[in-house]
Design a binder for this molecule. Structure first.
Ligand code: COA
Length: 176
C-alpha cells in the first residue's frame, strides 16, 4: 500500500527488523528529543534506543509482535507495533504500541496510514479488540478520527522526557 506522498507501509520480519534497527532508533531518539512521552527519559542515546529495538526485533522473531514501518525514498519515516503476545484468556486482543513518526515526516497522514495498516494486520491475526494508551494529544486526534473510543484518562501516569508528569489516555477499538 502506498500513500499519496510515495510512502509504502511494510510489515517487517525478524531480519528486516534487525536491518532497520538504526533507522528505528533514530526515530525514537527524534521523538524523545521532541518531548514525546514514549517510555524514555532524555537524553536518549542512539545505543540505548538500539537496545530497545533489538528487543522488539527478538519479539518479532518469536511472533509476539507485528512491526510496521512507513518508508519513502529517504528511508523509514515512522513505525507502529501490534503486540500479539497476551495472556491466554485474551487471544482476541492486540495492543497497539509505539506509534512514532519522525519530525521530518509529520502532518502528512503517515500515522493514520500506519494505524489503518496495524488494524488490518490485527484482523489478519484473528484479533477483534485493540487497546492502547497514549500521552500525546496529536496521537489522540489520529485515534479518534479512526473511531477509537476513549476509556478515560489516568492522571500523572508517566513522565515526559524532561521528568515532568504527564497524563495518559486509554483507548479501545473493535476490529474485524
Ligand atoms: C502523534 C504522531 C504519531 C502523529 O504522526 P503524524 O504522521 O504527524 O500524524 P498524521 O499526519 O496522521 O496526523 C497529524 C495531523 O496532520 C494532519 N494531516 C494529515 N495529512 C495531512 C496533509 N496531507 N497535509 C496537512 N495536514 C495533514 C492531520 O489531520 C492531523 O491534524 P490534527 O493534529 O490537527 O488532528 C507524531 O506526532 C509523533 O510521532 N509524535 C511523537 C511520538 C508520540 O507521542 N507518539 C504517540 C505514542 S501513543
Amino acid at each position: 500500500m502506498t500513500t499519496a506522498g510515495g510512502t509504502a507501509i511494510e510489515r517487517l520480519d525478524g531480519p528486516g527488523a534487525r536491518e532497520a534497527l538504526r533507522a528505528l532508533a533514530e526515530i525514537l531518539c527524534d521523538c524523545v528529543e521532541g518531548g514525546a512521552s514514549v517510555s524514555f527519559l532524555a537524553p536518549l542515546s542512539i545505543e540505548r534506543a538500539e537496545k530497545f529495538w533489538d528487543k522488539v526485533a527478538a519479539a518479532v522473531e518469536r511472533g509476539e509482535s507485528a512491526l510496521l514501518v512507513a518508508r519513502d525514498a529517504e528511508g523509514i519515516q515512522g513505525t507502529v507495533q501490534l503486540v500479539l503476545s497476551l495472556p491466554e484468556n485474551q487471544p482476541h486482543r492486540g495492543e497497539v504500541a509505539k506509534l512514532l513518526v519522525h519530525r521530518r515526516a509529520r502532518r502528512r497522514g503517515i500515522a493514520q496510514t500506519l494505524m489503518r495498516a496495524a488494524e488490518r494486520e490485527a484482523v489478519a491475526e484473528g484479533r477483534t479488540l485493540l487497546t492502547l494508551d497514549t500521552a500525546s494529544a496529536e496521537a489522540e486526534r489520529v485515534y479518534q478520527r479512526l473511531g477509537w473510543q476513549l476509556c478515560g484518562i489516568i492522571p500523572g501516569y508517566a513522565l515526559n522526557p524532561d521528568r515532568s508528569s504527564c497524563d495518559t489516555a486509554v483507548y479501545w477499538k473493535r476490529v474485524g
